[in-house]
Design a protein around this ligand. Structure first.
Ligand SMILES: *Cc1c(COP(=O)(O)O)cnc(C)c1O
Length: 413
């Protein structure tokens, strides 16, 4: 259980035993801190390995519970780290990996964050949660709140992928479509929350979604130890992360820091790479301009729904992680990222989401420019399943075989 909640910007302490959103002083995100010294002797890599918990709650000591039985869980986390085949365009990479988050409940890594946030909200007596979503957060919040017996109000841009909308409607969430972007949806949540007694679960405006997502950082350390056949935890050289609100990136960065304080790893860190879509790349733009904050990206447009986040309250935390890690930021066109989806599907057997396609194309570009070396250990985050984006492909015109025609197979190659 966390021992403090402090503002990532001004450091102001906030009470741990009550509901919190942004810092009441400066409206920046709050981060949870744990008394790592006091759990050091009981929370060790060996202890974690021996646990039989089959979810991210294996790391419950650094999550918002006193006991793992308190978790609202659907089996999130513990996703596979796949070694990439060296075929076709992947050939030049000697050590390329996919952390395949499509295995999560509701098909994306949003499950990790929502499991932690709903767990904490439930413990503090919340009856109804609300949030804006550009896609996968909607499904995750719908099913975790259902599991917890809570109500849930969702605000989504009207052009959110149909699979995301259907998933939430079936799960009996209160689904509201909005003629705007996720930032407009966020404003509606803010306006309605007192009136309807909602607890706001917006990305980084709530301190525990990031705690759930940080478990990706913990898992990578175990995954790479397993891969190397050792018990010594280790991290890759480069992590490419498809970045919207940045929860996962900031979360992993926090996890590495915690693991160092626990004595699990040393001071070396992966270079973190923010990957965005050309049509919505506020962090790339700010990073390139040497700014600490990223203003609203106008006319944000991309088919990678998870990347359509034109303004992020955690901008400065992402940009800090990029600087501290010696990382970089890169944007990919929609055309290229869809090509990336097809390449990951055909060469790796992973039906990637467009966001996953984007990180693969970013890795390719960074290898070509020499920023990534062929032998480096590089992780691509496939953050969700391609199945939620079936609407982006058309199979019209696929011929139908007449099985009554005895020559019907003659035309096949
Ligand atoms: C939400 C989402 C992202 C962006 O995640 P953040 O941690 O908010 O930056 C990337 N990919 C997919 C599939 C998503 O659903």
């Amino acid at each position: 259980m966390h021992s403090s909640l402090t503002c990532a910007m001004c450091g102001t302490d906030h009470a741990v035993d009550q509901l919190q959103n942004l810092c009441t002083e400066c409206e920046k995100p709050l981060l949870a801190h744990y008394d790592l010294d006091s759990i050091k002797s009981t929370f060790t890599p060996d202890v974690v390995r021996k646990r039989t918990i089959r979810s991210m709650w294996k790391f419950w000591d650094v999550l918002p519970v006193n006991d793992p039985s308190e978790a609202v869980s659907l089996g999130e986390g513990l996703t596979p780290l796949l070694t990439c085949n060296r075929t076709g365009p992947f050939e030049a990479f000697e050590n390329l990996f996919i952390k395949d988050e499509s295995f999560n409940p509701t098909g994306s890594f949003k499950a990790r964050g929502m499991s932690a946030a709903v767990t904490r909200a439930k413990a503090l007596g919340v009856e109804t949660v609300a949030l804006p979503s550009a896609g996968n957060a909607a499904g995750a919040v719908t099913y975790y709140s259902a599991r917890a017996g809570m109500g849930c109000a969702i605000f989504m841009p009207e052009d959110t992928p149909p699979a995301n909308i259907i998933e939430s409607v079936v799960g009996n969430a209160n689904v509201n479509l909005v003629n705007g972007l996720i930032s407009d949806c966020g404003k509606l949540v803010k306006q309605g929350k007192d009136r309807f007694s909602w607890f706001d679960l917006s990305t980084l405006k709530e301190p525990f979604r990031i705690e759930g997502k940080k478990t990706m950082g913990y898992e990578l350390a175990f995954d790479f130890a397993d891969h190397a056949g050792t018990t010594d935890l280790q991290l890759p050289d480069v992590i490419l992360y498809p970045t919207g609100g940045g929860t996962g990136l900031i979360g992993m960065w926090k996890a590495f820091d915690e693991m160092e304080k626990l004595g699990w790893i040393g001071s070396e860190r992966p270079r973190m790479v923010v990957v965005q879509a050309e049509g919505c790349s506020p962090i790339v733009k700010a990073f390139e301009a040497g700014e600490e904050h990223a203003p609203l990206f106008k006319n944000a447009a991309t088919c990678a729904a998870g990347l359509r986040v034109p303004i992020a309250v955690g901008d400065f935390l992402m940009i800090r992680a990029l600087h501290e890690s010696g990382g970089t930021a890169i944007s990919i066109s929609d055309e290229a990222l869809m090509e990336g989806v097809k390449e990951m599907s055909a060469c790796q057997g992973v039906y990637a989401c467009p966001e996953g396609g984007a990180v693969w194309k970013a890795a390719q570009q960074l290898l070509e420019s020499g920023w990534i070396k062929p032998e480096e250990k590089v992780v691509l985050f496939n953050t969700g399943t391609g199945l939620k984006y079936n609407h982006l492909f058309s199979v019209d015109g696929l011929p139908v075989i007449d099985h009554n025609d005895p020559t019907c197979l003659d035309r096949l190659s």
